[in-house]
Design a protein around this ligand. Sequence first.
Ligand SMILES: [Zn+2]
Length: 81
Amino acid sequence: MKYLLVLLVLWVAFAIWRNGRRREEVERAKRHQQQQPGGALPEPQAMIRCAHCGLHLPAADALPGKDGKVYCSAAHRQADQ
Ligand SMILES: [Zn+2]
């Protein structure tokens, strides 16, 4: 009976310790999220519409044409001239 009581006390102590650790982890995760809003999401890119086919593509991949128009590919730039 004595051993059962010791076991019970140990189990309760372990349960309390585990509960405290979990709360600590949750708080740490919350703090981490507040420090980095959006997490590891990539930077948003400006999208441009191809003047020939209407395809939307990142501005960095667009090809400039005449009159400030932009195209998705050299073939479309040539086709529109
Ligand atoms: Zn196009």
